[in-house]
Design a protein around this ligand. Structure first.
Ligand SMILES: [Ca+2]
Ligand SMILES: [Ca+2]
Length: 381
């Protein structure tokens, strides 16, 4: 193919102009995945207390297989610096956020936030980056959730969002099986590995120092540590154990006995408490095990309530700095044809200035159709 291309010395980009090319969307589509996120590969894992630590009357049972599609997630808990970088933009663009403020350095995790603030902040981070957000106040996914307290409708495939509990646990396990903590070197914990409240009563808590982490227990609470102060897990995630606990999407029912699905489960359809995972600077070792489940009223902004952000897998063309053809090989110029058709991924502009999000499936379909057409003409193999 490459030889043929060189021989013809005329490479065409074939494709389609989709609706009205929208400069704003071009920026949006080319918004790179932040370097601070990692991709979690799709696959099955065993969710729940696989070590049998909490066999009686516990919300981490039954242990069950869950398949999670690939997605991206922050390596770090959202830091105060990251929070602030979005907060000012948000409050200047119609968002209301009621986070509490603690006198901690900017490299500490943001804490003291409600679940609703976490959700709205995710939307602001999306909009600030020119990306279609994930949370809306209407079932048609047209009114962006920016203010107040409501149970949002979710556009799962777009924008920054909270991970589901299943996504969080899969990411926190780092691809390891059967472990108690996010690390795989042992099933033990010490203050060298996490910011938590060490106590002798747990056999797997073998820290020499006890109580709050001695490096971070000065001044006022929260006794948080700078994000990324401890070793990362195998996926490159920091602080999945301890520091601040992390809001997840799910409404929480007591245990996993209700079946909410094998593929990408999203928890109970309704409830009173939202999931918080990973435990906190003030949690005992039992509560920062990788399967341990916390939950809280989503309006409570305790000083150990933080979060990290997830994102559904983004097609390659969203990562590219310029729009790219969907396929790898360029078709060969047809004899006697000089037209240059360019693949553009845009959004369709409708009456009244409303726009629809780009539809990658549709673009792929059309690209395949064009490629088939050219193949039939003998101009593309
Ligand atoms: Ca100290
Ligand atoms: Ca954490």
């Amino acid at each position: 193919m490459k030889t043929a291309m060189m021989k013809h010395n005329a490479v065409l980009l074939v494709g389609l102009l989709v609706g009205t090319w929208n400069v704003e969307m071009r920026k949006a589509n080319s918004a790179p995945i932040p370097e601070t996120m990692v991709r979690i590969p799709a696959g099955e894992f065993m969710m729940g207390d696989v070590t049998g630590d909490t066999l009686s009357n516990n919300d981490e049972y039954p242990v069950h297989p869950v398949y999670v599609s690939d997605f991206y997630i922050d390596k770090y808990e959202v830091s105060k610096a990251l929070w602030d970088s979005v907060y000012d933009w948000a409050t200047n663009h119609g968002y209301s956020l009621i986070s509490r403020r603690f006198d901690k350095p900017s490299n500490h995790p943001m804490s003291g936030i409600t679940w609703y603030d976490a959700i709205k902040w995710c939307n602001a981070r999306s909009e600030m980056g020119g990306i279609r957000p994930a949370y809306f106040t209407d079932i048609n996914l047209s009114v962006v959730y920016r203010t107040g307290v409501t149970t949002p409708y979710v556009s799962w495939a777009t924008g920054f969002r909270l991970p589901t509990e299943a996504e969080w646990e899969k990411a926190a396990r780092g691809g390891q099986q059967g472990r108690r903590f996010p690390w795989s070197e042992s099933d033990l914990i010490t203050h060298n590995l996490a910011n938590y409240d060490s106590n002798y009563r747990y056999s797997y808590d073998v820290s020499i120092t006890r109580g709050y982490h001695p490096d971070y227990d000065e001044g006022d609470t929260p006794y948080t540590s700078p994000v990324g102060s401890f070793p990362a897990n195998s996926y490159g995630l920091y602080d999945c154990a301890g520091n601040v606990s992390e809001w997840c999407w799910d409404w929480v029912l007591y245990d996993y006995s209700k079946n909410f699905g094998y593929v990408d489960p999203k928890g109970s359809p309704s409830g009173f408490s939202r999931s918080l995972r990973g435990g906190t600077y003030r949690s005992r070792a039992s509560s920062i095990r990788v399967s341990a489940r916390g939950n809280f009223n989503p309006t409570y902004p305790y000083d150990w309530h933080g979060f990290r952000v997830a994102m559904t897998k983004i097609p390659e063309w969203c990562i590219a700095t310029t729009p790219q053809p969907v396929y790898n090989d360029c078709p060969i110029k047809e004899d006697g044809k000089n037209s240059l058709i360019v693949v553009v991924h845009g959004r369709i502009e409708k009456k009244g200035g409303q726009t629809e999000p780009p539809n990658p499936d549709w673009v792929d379909e059309m690209t395949n159709a064009i490629t088939s057409y050219l193949s039939a003409k003998g101009s593309h193999d």
